[in-house]
Design a protein. Sequence first.
Length: 100
Amino acid sequence: MWFLCQRVANIPRDQWTATLDQHLAWMKRMHDEGHILLSGPTADRKMGMYLIRAASKADAEKIAADDPYTAAGHTRFDLIEWEIHQIMGAGPFAAAGMGR
């Protein structure tokens, strides 16, 4: 199963004690282990987005909660179940249009 994880700040970024280096090391490990397919900040850098691969929503929540920013209480996250056609870039109406 895939989940879209949206990470949102709880407190202003200038008050975060977890470092970017810790976060990037965690992200690399998650990518290497196959838990996160895509990741990155939004354009305004106020939140991050990940695509998490996990067997269940509970497992995806454990992965997202392990992010150093979230573990330190700087951010919270929301998870949305994501279908494979969305990950591959085909919108929800792509299948309907393929028969034309």
